[in-house]
Design a protein around this ligand. Sequence first.
Ligand SMILES: [Zn+2]
Length: 283
Amino acid sequence: MRRITASNGVVYYRSEMIPCMNGFSTRIGGVSQLTHTASLNLGMERGDPKETVFENLSRFGKALGFDAQDVISVSQIHSTSIRFVTLDHKGEGFFRPQGQSCDGYVTNQQGIVLGVRTADCVPILLYAPSNKTGFSGAVAAVHAGWRGTAGKIVCKAVDYLCELGADLNTICAAIGPAIGRCCYEVRKDFYDAFQSSVGSELTEKYVLPHSNKDNIWMADLQGVNEELLLRYGIKKDRIDLCQICTCCHPEEFYSHRHSHGMRGTMLSVISLSPSFHPFHLWE
Ligand SMILES: [Zn+2]
C-alpha cells in the first residue's frame, strides 16, 4: 500500500497490487471547516453542508481519476448484505436517492465507482482479473465493522466474484486503514458474539485479553479479515494489508473511537476502470 499526495493536496492510500482505480481516503486535502470534519469529510450526515461534501468528493475524484457522479455509496447497516450494481446505480447515496442499504457492492461493469465509508471499521477492496473463460473482470468493496467481520461479509464478496466467473486463485484483496488491536477495546458481549460466529480458534488468536483491565479484550479486525480470506483460498501474496491504526493517527484519519463519535468519514473506492498513472498531475 502506498501513501500518495496528489497535486491538489488530497492524501490517500492506494493498493499497488490492484491494477484498476482504487484508493482509501484520509482526512487530508478537503474543504470541510468544522473541527471534527476538517478537512476531507466524505460522509453526508456528519454536519457539513452538502456542497462541502460534494466538493470533497470531487477533489478526491480528481486525485484518483474518477468522476464524483459515478460513485455509489448508500446507507451502511453493519449487515452482511452485498448488492450487485451496474451503471444504472451510479450516484446513489450522493447525487441520487439511495436504493437498498447494504455493506458491500460488487460489479463487473466499468464506469461505476464502488464506495464504502469508514472511520475505524475495516474497508476492503477486492479485484478479480479477467480469465480465459470469458469472464472480463469484477471488483467489490466491503465495509467490515465487527458485526460484518463476524458475519464474514468479506467471504460473501469473494463468493459473489466467483459466481460472476472469477478464479479464486487470482483474486486480490486490499485491507485499508482501520482501528488496530492497540486501540480497539471490546467487552464480553463482543467476545461471546464473535466466538459464536467465527469460532474459538480465530477469536483466541485475534481478540486478546487486555493486559491490566478485567473483562476487556483487544480486537484485531484487520487480522480476522485477512485470516478469513486466507482460509477461503485467497493467496497470501495477493492480500495487501495496511496496518496503520486510524485511532493512533487522528491527524491523518477520522476515528470514531478517538473522537467519541464526533468525526467525519473516509471513503474507500474501487472501479473496474483502468487506473491512470498515480503520479499524474492534476490542476
Ligand atoms: Zn492504535
